[in-house]
Design a protein around this ligand. Structure first.
Ligand code: ACO
Length: 402
């Protein structure tokens, strides 16, 4: 709930709104969500249509610049993405300082921030469309290379160089799964599933990580520093980290042979939360979850594979969606409920799930950073507080403390 608090140092009142459940921090023209109806649109275009018809690169340009890009603009941007695929040799040395078991999210945020050191021309306080396009190409390409590099490092395998002839998604899959003696040629359905995954994660208005990017950007911090802070915020299990937590939960149920009904009963007893369920804004089906469930079916059918975790997930959802506890609280599957099952099918290891979310969210973070940058009314974000600590106290010298 929102409380009204009194500020002693000013006349008037301020609101205390824990978790900002009812407080807007900005105007934004990027993404529209109707949580009651389960509607999501990027720049006015329904998510279902974009996921079906667009490439991830087009969606990134749409989010950042506001229009579906012309073919020539996409081609030009693809060229820029290709130019930016390789890491500076200096950046490659950074990896040697990380332990091989280090979490890839820690490496990703550190490397994105470090990226700024190698692109001083993009740190300038003078940003325009052309420079932002270059920064976007740098960030979008580098995150793929960094993610694939950290994966290869944990596997003890040689880094595969990017292939400029490949599309964004194919190139990422190549860097991840090709070996010196065997090139990975993904089936079309795998490329489509990855494309949809990235499009569906590309933006979601003022979520925790995007608000963090805006908060950091509001101080005038550059786009690399701001996006890197978004990665840190995304890592938590209540946000992007939920996609890992869902699979861990489903795996435990599978390995323990638990009955999904008893799992739901434990959730109702508040022993734990059903990961991948519930959302601050959606009080109806998360449209992204619907698309991803469908994508799971299509992917598994074409690959001719199955995953027992998908069956458990569907069973859990069916029970929860008819249970009063979930109905009363309007808890539905969110984007993370099925996304991990897709990532498993693509061969992505569990500890990289949130990295995959980050790759998808980079365009959204940049779009919000730029919207804020161009906002003539922007002010540094600086929430107020109601002080609840002690009143003035007498200082006690260290020798007299008990
Ligand atoms: N399982 C069981 N109960 C839940 C769940 C859940 N997943 N989510 C919310 N509830 C219950 C709460 O216990 C609370 O019940 P109460 O009123 O009886 O105390 C009520 O529903 C409201 O929950 P809040 O925590 O107040 O909702 P909030 O909007 O703050 O949190 C959140 C939203 C963090 C997504 C929450 O639903 C959750 O923890 N879900 C599981 C984690 C998850 O899937 N996160 C991914 C979100 S999507 C994304 O970030 C990409």
């Amino acid at each position: 709930g929102v409380n009204i608090g009194r500020l002693r140092d000013q006349t008037g009142y301020i609101t205390v709104d824990p978790g900002f459940g009812n407080t807007a921090a900005c105007n934004s023209a990027i993404t529209f969500i109707d949580g009651e109806e389960g509607i999501l649109r990027y720049r006015g275009y329904p998510i279902e249509e974009l996921a079906e018809k667009s490439s991830f690169v087009e969606v990134a340009m749409l989010l950042i610049f506001g229009q579906l890009p012309a073919k020539a603009d996409v081609e030009r941007f693809r060229g820029m993405l290709t130019d930016e695929q390789l890491l500076h040799e200096g950046m490659r040395y950074h990896f040697e300082g990380f332990p091989s078991h280090g979490h890839p999210m820690a490496m990703l945020s550190a490397m994105i921030n470090a990226c700024g050191c190698y692109h001083p021309e993009l740190l300038s306080s003078e940003m325009d469309d052309e420079r932002l396009l270059r920064a976007t190409a740098t960030l979008m390409s580098k995150v793929c290379t960094i993610a694939a590099f950290s994966y290869k490092m944990t596997k003890g395998q040689r880094m595969e160089y990017p292939d400029p002839s490949l599309s964004y998604c194919r190139n990422f899959l190549h860097m991840m799964f090709s070996m010196p003696h065997r090139r990975y040629e993904p089936p079309l359905q795998v490329v489509r599933a990855l494309t949809k995954f990235l499009i569906l994660h590309a933006d979601h208005e003022q979520n925790c990580s995007t608000s963090t990017v805006r908060m950091v950007g509001s101080s005038g911090a550059n786009v690399f520093a701001s996006v890197s802070s978004g990665v840190c915020a995304l890592w938590g299990p209540l946000h992007g980290g939920a996609n890992m937590a869902v699979i861990e939960m489903l795996q435990q149920i599978h390995d323990g042979g638990d009955d999904p009904r008893s799992v739901v009963a434990k959730v109702k007893d508040r022993k734990f939360r059903l990961m991948g369920f519930g959302h601050r804004v959606y009080k109806n089906f998360d449209p992204r979850a619907k698309i991803l469930e469908q994508t799971c079916s299509e992917l598994f059918d074409t690959l001719g594979v199955s995953d027992p975790l998908l069956d458990i997930a569907r069973e859990l959802a069916a029970i929860a969606l008819t249970d009063d506890y979930f109905l009363e609280r309007r808890l539905y599957p969110n984007v993370d409920f099925y996304s991990g099952i897709i990532l498993r099918a693509l061969g992505i290891p569990l500890n990289m799930f949130t990295v995959m979310f980050s790759i998808g969210r980079v365009p959204g973070w940049i779009a919000h950073w730029y919207e804020l940058y161009r906002d003539p009314d922007r002010r540094i974000c600086r929430p107020r507080q109601i002080y609840t600590g002690s009143g003035k106290r007498e200082y006690v010298p260290i020798a007299s403390r008990g």
